[in-house]
Design a protein around this ligand. Structure first.
Ligand code: F6R
Length: 608
């Protein structure tokens, strides 16, 4: 996820761009840049780091002259955060500048083709191919050029382009990435999100898929790819800027919960090509994978809970023994790790001190390391032998939701990849699983569409003092995450138990009206979990059952039931965790807690 702003009008462009980017910094903050046409050429200034670094470099924009420009705040996906990888990117001759939000999935193929024609690339980004393609295909008609380029591009994009040849316009287009157009008497704007331009105008057009817009000083024209003009109604925005930054949601946490279908789709779809898992950037060979006699997963907090799911899934699909440990324990207990061990470090931030130290300890002991990380170029990503990025985009709320879901998605991809490369699963079964994995985003969406059911249930329990979660196997791993989500943001005491373990002591805590959330999504364990549900109900518990749509029988026993769609057992955590995240969120919201900034907690834990 990145942020785009563009401006053409009567004012100096650079300060307008910087102001807009400042309001989009929640979309990306590892580097930023602007490109402004000064009457002769396009001047580009960009820098790694927060927007303030760029702003200081050009004195709040005063150093750059010109009334047409584009700007970008980056959240790295292809190529680490650096000055060179920052946007805007220029074409070979410098005549075109491009900003992009999204992922060009076939960029490697396009890059090779352009390089074979003698075009030199400066960055490691997928975006740079667009800048070079625009120049390569440009024969005097920018509309034709854009259509030609975009017909060759696979993936998602919101693009803004300026050029020396057409200095009095900005061309912009979108597919699967957001882009809006703002209009005012002083000029016209493009932006990834409304807050970027609220200071300047409240009149916007929402672009639809594959609509291409030409912004000039005195107006905007919108077309479809067939060059037919599109008539749109202006929308007048009346929200305040703060609400707008959260896309109209009350908190970043619920915004990020709602972003999960897209985040999971981004993480999964770009790694499946022609029905096969393709992990382009990892260097592990099938022979190396076969030679590992053990896999270790190390992580902290929610990433550890994702690792618990990973353990079950990897063991089931690869038939290799998998151990999981908290990074803070692993590093101090002389773990048994050799050069035949694959150690997987999981971290959203990529900076968690314990996970980094544990991973480096594993390396010292000779293990091969692979990390699952969200922040490109972070310490864990850089120091591991291989990295598979979760493509969740920046996560702002301190309680993780979408990064956790994307960590699960990467574990599925990795387990299926190992099964595919070692041929341990027959082709038909593998294909069925890959096809099912691709359906997860829409199934998650169907759960989110029923969020009001959970909101209602939360309204009955937000004053509870203790809440328990029970489940077996993968359901237990999800319970750990559900319980953490609830307690960390609502401050209600909560514990998660393997359903069969409760009766070994803790069942004494169940009293009349104690809420127990029972997750039962695994067919072969359903009856077993149900007997534990009966045990707690007998002792007076109120039970919320979370199960698959086909298990309607659970409703006969539980006080409240929430159904999630059917899927293969190993993928059920991606679905069953959603109502638990929503429950934690709504309970905390009804209690009036400061959800995005919990007490005593920081987003990135860089101390032991
Ligand atoms: C809980 C949460 C934390 C993190 C943990 C690890 O909602 O976000 O438990 O999962 O601090 O952080 P990362 O994934 O950045 O290593």
């Amino acid at each position: 996820m990145c942020g785009i702003v563009g401006y053409i009008g009567n004012e100096q462009a650079a300060p307008v761009l910087l102001d807009g980017l400042a309001r989009l910094e929640y979309r990306g903050y590892d580097s930023a840049g602007v490109a402004v046409y000064d009457g002769k050429e396009i001047e580009v200034v960009k820098s790694k780091g927060k927007l303030a670094v760029l702003s200081d470099m050009i004195h709040g924009g005063k150093d750059i002259k010109g009334t047409v420009g584009i700007g970008h705040t980056r959240w790295a996906t292809h190529g680490a955060p650096s000055d060179t990888n920052a946007h805007p990117h220029l074409s070979q001759s410098g005549r075109f500048a491009v900003v992009h939000n999204g992922i060009i999935e076939n960029y490697l193929e396009l890059k090779q083709r352009l390089m074979s024609k003698g075009i030199e690339f400066l960055s490691e980004t997928d975006t740079e191919v667009i800048a070079h393609m625009v120049e390569y295909y440009y024969k005097g008609d920018i509309f034709d050029t854009m259509v030609k380029v975009l017909n060759r591009v696979e993936g998602s994009y919101a693009l803004g382009v300026i050029s020396v040849d057409n200095p009095d316009e900005i061309v912009a287009v979108r597919k699967d990435s957001p882009l809006i157009v703002g209009t005012s008497e002083n000029g016209n704007f493009i932006a990834s999100d409304v807050p970027a331009i609220l200071n300047k105008t409240r009149d916007v057009y929402y672009l639809e898929e594959k609509e291409i817009v030409f912004l000039r000083r005195d107006g905007v024209e919108i077309y479809n790819f067939d060059r037919e003009p599109v008539k749109k109604d202006l929308t007048h925005i009346d929200w305040d800027a703060d609400a707008a930054e959260k896309g109209g949601y009350e908190h970043f946490m619920i915004k990020e919960i709602m972003e999960q279908p897209k985040a999971i789709a981004n993480t999964v779809e770009s790694r499946i090509k022609n029905g096969r898992i393709v992990l382009d950037n990892i260097t592990l060979t099938a022979e190396q994978i076969k030679s590992f006699d053990k896999i270790y997963i190390i992580a902290c907090g929610s990433a550890y809970h994702a690792g618990m799911v990973g353990k079950y899934v990897l063991e089931q699909l690869t038939r290799k023994p998998v151990e999981i440990d908290l990074a803070s324990e692993f590093r101090y207990r002389s773990p048994i790790v050799t050069d035949k061990t694959l150690v997987i470090a999981v971290s959203q931030s990529g900076e968690t001190a314990d996970t980094l130290a544990a991973m480096n300890e594993a390396k010292r002991l000779g293990a091969r390391t692979l990390s699952i990380v969200n922040v490109v170029g972070s310490a864990i990503a850089k120091q591991s032998d291989d990295v598979i990025y979760t493509l969740a985009g920046p996560e702002i709320a301190v309680a993780t939701t979408k990064a956790y879901s994307c960590q699960l998605a990467v574990f599925y991809l990795l387990a299926l990849y190992i099964a595919q490369e070692t041929k341990i699963i027959d082709c038909d079964k593998l294909n069925d699983m890959i096809n099912e994995l691709l359906l997860i985003p829409e199934k998650v969406q169907s759960i989110l569409d029923k969020k009001e059911d959970i909101q209602y249930f939360a309204s009955r329990h937000f004053a509870d003092k203790d809440i328990f979660f029970i489940g077996r196997n993968l359901d237990y791993a999800v319970c750990l995450e559900g319980s953490l989500k609830l307690k960390e943001i609502s401050y209600i005491h909560s514990e998660a138990y393997a359903a069969g373990e409760l009766k070994h002591g803790t069942i004494s805590l169940i009293e009349d009206g104690t809420l127990v959330v029972a997750v039962a999504t695994i067919d072969r364990l359903f009856e077993k979990t149900m007997s534990n549900v009966v045990e707690v109900i007998t002792r007076g518990a109120t039970v919320l059952g979370v199960t698959k749509e086909t298990k309607t029988i659970m409703a006969d026993t539980c006080n409240f039931i929430f159904y999630v769609p059917e899927s293969i057992d190993i993928f059920m955590p991606s679905l069953s965790v959603i109502p638990l995240q929503l429950f934690g969120y709504y309970v905390a919201s009804m209690k009036g807690c400061d959800i995005d900034k919990k007490r005593n907690l920081a987003k990135s834990v860089t101390v032991e």
